[in-house]
Design a protein around this ligand. Structure first.
Ligand code: NAD
Length: 234
């Protein structure tokens, strides 16, 4: 069991060039989230939804996006405290892994995974998903969707996440608005078991009053400082 559980959100990747989605009046890259992040939106217009994620995937795979100092500091924390640090991310990008993190749960799925609705297989991809793309596992065409968890769907690995929260001694939430459940409630599990809780965020999140400690500022500045302090106290 990890002693330290770290929840990350879109704010940790903002300085890597990936926009968060609370930045622009609840729109995500100028789209209403119900159009691009719900099963109903996908059913209504699969081509639009696939293209939305194709654009995000292309950006993620381009040279313009790289891990920042926050991702690197969290990977260092995992390296220096082996087996003791779990990162649970709401992000669908792979920047924690690219920075060297090894134990990462993508509770909302991954942009670089596709899910075949015909055979149920999940496979890795860096390519666009279009209406004639065939599944590498079963060969069926036009049945792939991005393997991301949309509003109304159940996040991945909740059993393990809850187990880890119930035994942690330190919980940190970084770059997350506290608007999206169940992640927004994780701090309450940690408080209930007596863990110390810290929020690192640019603005006050919706959940900030649950935290013992709140640090305001850019993730690239605040996270390396906090990691240094955690390591110094071990
Ligand atoms: P959010 O967009 O709701 O909130 C982001 C939070 O990060 C805000 O509170 C903001 O103040 C803070 N923030 C912005 N820039 C920051 C910085 N440089 N340093 C520190 N904090 C900063 O994000 P959320 O809470 O993660 O929820 C959004 C959902 O959208 C997630 O479920 C995720 O799946 C999806 N999403 C993912 C990505 C990604 O993979 N990078 C990007 C956008 C949205």
């Amino acid at each position: 069991m990890a002693r330290i559980v770290i929840l990350t959100g879109a704010g940790v990747s903002a300085e890597s060039g990936i926009r968060t989605f609370r930045d622009a009046n609840g729109l995500w890259e100028n789209h209403d989230i119900t159009d691009v992040a719900t099963p109903e939106g996908f059913e209504a217009d699969p081509a639009l939804v696939n293209e939305f994620y194709n654009q995000r995937r292309r950006q993620l795979c381009s040279n313009e996006v790289r891990p920042n100092a926050a991702h690197e500091a969290l990977a260092r924390l995992q390296r220096e405290l082996p087996g003791q640090v779990l990162i649970v991310t709401q992000n669908i990008d792979d920047l924690h892994e690219r920075a060297g993190a090894t134990d990462v749960i993508h509770m909302h799925g991954e942009l670089l995974n596709q899910w075949c609705l015909a055979c149920g297989e999940r496979t890795r991809t860096r390519d666009d998903i279009v209406d004639h793309t065939s599944c590498p596992a079963c060969g069926e065409r036009g049945r792939l969707r991005p393997d991301v968890v949309w509003f109304g769907e159940v996040p991945y690995e909740m059993d393990r996440i809850v187990n880890e929260l119930e035994s942690c001694t330190l919980f940190a939430a970084i770059g997350t608005s506290g608007e999206v459940y169940p992640a927004a409630a994780f701090v309450q599990y940690a408080v209930a078991v007596g863990a110390h809780t810290v929020e690192l965020n640019l603005d006050a999140s919706r959940a900030f009053s649950y935290f013992h400690e709140v640090r305001r500022g850019l993730a690239s500045v605040e996270v390396p400082k906090w990691v240094d302090e955690v390591l110094a106290g071990c």
